[in-house]
Design a protein around this ligand. Structure first.
Ligand code: AP5
Ligand code: MG
Ligand code: ZN
Length: 216
């Protein structure tokens, strides 16, 4: 199964991706997570990406596309994958199409998690993430069992640097301008499915499973 997850910042893509990846045994590939890992390791890619991410802007297409194309050739992708945060521009979506077509493969669905912007700020400013394993929590909606500590791996959880009020509003604008057009892009190809992301985390997951159960 090859899935693209769409949705505004804070829609719950990362949260749902962890569960989908476990249920369907496919790797969760988050471009944001890959950039953050490179930033924490101080690689040239991380140094380049940091300037954009801290401002809430997109990393240039060429850098992002090459990074994802490389990742999709790894052995663990041979039975499918779940893309979280990619594509984010029409150019990225076209690059993914070309990559799939070259391999005689196709996407199963682009799943859009729909959440109105009025929900986003509270979700983002309350989010805490695990820098080691990428797990995502919320101080109110999804707290870890022990405050400040990741349930999965025991590391201390932190606030993302781009989860400030100012950067969130820039990210929302960038989303509307550059990523929202992908809803039509995939709809026109009959690949779009949508889920109401305002429900509780487990309810959203159940809706996603029923959609994924019927796409094949
Ligand atoms: P990225 O890391 O992808 O950030 P994003 O798209 O802004 O999305 P988020 O990770 O903020 O939100 P999410 O939907 O994953 O929500 P989550 O599950 O955590 O990208 C970061 C940056 O990297 C970009 O700004 C850009 O600079 C760069 N980048 C990445 N990809 C790129 C690309 N393809 N091209 C160019 N640049 C790129 O949930 C949010 C919070 O809400 C959590 O606290 C969670 O616990 C809570 N929550 C989740 N679901 C629910 C629910 N149903 N009810 C209540 N609370 C919930
Ligand atoms: Mg995320
Ligand atoms: Zn962890």
């Amino acid at each position: 199964m090859k899935i693209v997850l769409l949705g505004p910042p804070g829609a719950g893509k990362g949260t749902q991706a962890k569960s989908i990846s476990n249920r369907y045994s496919i790797p969760h590939i988050s471009t944001g997570d890959i950039f953050r890992k490179n930033i924490s390791e101080g690689t040239p890619l991380g140094i380049e990406a940091k300037g954009y991410i801290d401002k809430g802007q997109l990393v240039p297409d060429e850098v992002t596309i090459n990074m994802v194309k490389d990742r999709l050739t790894w052995e663990d992708c041979k039975n499918g994958y779940l893309l979280d945060g990619f594509p984010r521009t029409v150019a990225q979506a076209e690059a993914l199409e070309g990559f799939l077509a070259d391999r005689n493969e196709k996407l199963d669905t682009a799943l859009s998690i729909e959440v109105p912007s009025s929900f986003i700020l509270e979700r983002m400013t309350g989010r805490r993430v695990c820098p080691s394993c990428g797990a995502s929590y919320h101080v109110k909606f999804n707290p870890p069992t022990k405050a400040g500590v990741c349930d999965v791996c025991g590391s201390d959880i932190v606030q993302r640097k781009d989860d400030t009020e100012e950067t969130v509003s820039e990210r929302l604008e960038v989303y509307e301008r550059q990523t929202q057009p992908l809803i039509d892009f995939y709809n026109n190809k009959n690949l779009l499915s949508t889920v109401d992301g305002t429900k509780a985390i487990n309810e959203v997951f159940e809706s996603i499973c029923s959609i994924l159960g019927s796409v094949k």
